[in-house]
Design a protein around this ligand. Structure first.
Ligand SMILES: [Zn+2]
Length: 281
């Protein structure tokens, strides 16, 4: 592989962290710039997910010996499906046939993966077809959605995926003190409920604000886990928190945040997400 950029190295750090801690999500939306340069990185990630040898370090992933990796390399692995747009849109029937094909258990490996290229080309009707699939996937099915711009992807899709970026995410520099304080409360474990009133009144008084704040929290966590330590001064307060705990927090946010889109009682929702934060071992 060519010399990696800083953002690419960060991506690799992050996938190594999730694979080594065994905290794989069921759906990722990955922002990529130049797909011809960056698709090989996506394939590395997919090999880590599918290779039966459970390799979690990219530099050890020199798997010439296993049949699954060989099949992936030659584009012939039946449990890796790639959906590409037919013209300007990804059509509903493409996703229906994907669901059909993944109906039955895999006969080969422990997991299956599908890639949707240009996820911004999912229209409301084709997106609807896979929402349930994204939300309640069979345990062994992992979705990788690719886009060149997350802001062009439908909200209903975004909210169900963990978002990673191979583009520069310089807006992480705009994080304000209030968000940092919010994160400190969230990771304060048993003390979290002490700050209930303060968080509710000052920080996230309604669903919209909550969605916005937790989205940023997730972004900070992913950024922190992706970066090499010395670049993390701003988030150094996270260095006392074990990485697998941070990954559990990310999972909680991903599972709870989509519920905000339904007609739920906001305070009950807050109670639920707080309790989950407190319970993380
Ligand atoms: Zn392999």
């Amino acid at each position: 592989m060519n010399e990696l950029t800083y953002v690419q190295k960060r991506f690799i750090n992050y996938i190594e962290t999730i694979m080594c801690s065994n905290k794989l999500s069921h759906a990722y939306l990955i922002e990529i710039g130049d797909s011809s340069l960056e698709f090989p990185l996506i394939l590395l990630f997919i090999k880590m997910i599918l290779c039966p040898k459970s390799i979690c370090k990219v530099d050890k992933l020199n798997c010439d010996s296993c049949n699954i990796c060989k099949l992936i390399d030659s584009d012939n692995f039946p449990d890796l499906k790639i959906i590409e747009s037919e013209g300007a849109q990804i059509k509903k029937n493409q996703l229906l046939s994907l669901k059909d094909e993944y109906q039955n258990k895999s006969l080969i490996g422990k997991r299956r993966v599908y890639i949707i290229k240009d996820a911004e080309k999912l229209n409301p009707s084709s997106a609807n077809t896979i929402l349930k699939f994204l939300e309640e996937p069979e345990n062994d099915i992992i979705a990788i959605l690719l886009t060149n711009n997350r802001y062009h992807v439908l909200d209903t899709i975004l909210s169900r995926c963990q978002i990673l970026s191979l583009n520069d995410d310089s807006d992480i520099d705009d994080i304000d003190d209030q968000l940092i304080q919010f994160i400190k409360y969230l990771i304060s474990r048993n003390d979290l409920f002490l700050y209930y009133k303060k968080i509710y009144e000052d920080m996230i008084p309604d669903k919209d604000k909550a969605k916005q704040m937790f989205d940023m929290v997730e972004k900070v966590f992913i950024h922190y886990l992706s970066s090499s330590e010395e670049k993390n001064n701003k988030f150094s307060f996270l260095s006392d928190v074990r990485k697998d705990r941070i990954l559990s927090y990310i999972t909680i946010i991903e599972e709870e945040l989509p519920k905000l889109m339904y007609n739920i009682n906001y305070k009950l929702w807050l109670d639920a997400i707080y309790s989950r934060f407190v319970e993380v071992k």
